[in-house]
Design a protein around this ligand. Sequence first.
Ligand code: PLP
Length: 387
Amino acid sequence: MEPVIYLDNNATTRPAPEVVEALLPWLREQYGNPSSSHLLGLQAEGALVQARAQVASLLGGQPAEIVFTSGGTEALNHALRGAAEAFPAKRHLVTTAVEHSAVRALAGWLQRQGFEITVLGVDGEGRLDLAELEAALRPDTLMVALMAANNETGVRFPVAEAAVRARRAGALVAVDAVQAVGKVPVDVAAWGADLVAFSGHKFHGPKGVGGLWIRRGVRLRPFLVGGEQERGRRGGTENLPGIVGLGKAAELALAHLPDQERVADLRDRLESLLREALPDLRIHGGGAERLPNTSLLALPDVEGEALQLCLSQRGICVSTGSACTTGRPEPSHVLQAMGVPPELARGTVRLSLGRETTAGEVEAVAIALPQVVQELRASGSMARRMR
Ligand code: PLP
């Protein structure tokens, strides 16, 4: 296969070789069920305990507070549905207009169950207004559900400040930390959150495995009934190889957190090279506090889809926005919430670097991307002249 330059790490990341090494024995020789009390079962149980500790260290929580799930979407389902069922007297949810489709869909589901939903807007840079959040809180607010960092723009929300306000009002705080974990230090206790969702494949772990951190003492309705696994919160035999891989990925993410400074330098260098070559370039959320790896570019007079395709033909993988909304012609809900005009939203591509991104790759993209933009603009204006 031709070498690719992979700048789509917010969609998913390459499983680290150490992760693959760590999980393979649990597919091959060590296939015991953690619930069995014989040798192989006890070994499997030991691996679960280790993975839980590895994940808890990365998040700053206690191992007993981690519930393994099939990923971020399931963790968010567990958080929102589990809380709604545990506290039936509280029928109001506060969330934001830029959440991932999982939280948006869950808010819609709660609304159909009779919930009132307050959706907080963001400013042109994708920032949240804490005064607006505070004003939205009510005595019957069950929860504030917000993301730690946005998957499209990388813009970070002030989770700790939001949590202080929510707790004062007696509301739970559920944080979608899927994009933040592994890219910025996460300390669930310092955040003051109650529920924090994360996903292994966003930090070089396997796909289809993640979890929910549930602060000790927070009552949720169990998510999957039918077994005693995960302390009865999620029945079903555990995905042991996936969980072992997740644990290893968490350990590596913690060790590699200092690398994120280098990632930020590379991202900033890429943006400045692109700005030099393309003076009309805009960076969505560029004025806000962002993840170190994400750059959402806006290019007037270019179709994001065409740009993505041409870059892909040159072996460069980027995204037109979030993978979940790709293929839809209208601007993403995030850009709409930021008030980006449709003509500018059309020319949007997301570059998301990773800890494996090299300076050479950044230089290559800084040359290729402006070339492709110029070619597309030239063919667009030719097409307009011929009309
Ligand atoms: N939340 C955010 C912010 C995401 O970016 C994603 C995945 O793209 C998810 C949740 C869903 O995670 P998963 O793919 O593990 O279900």
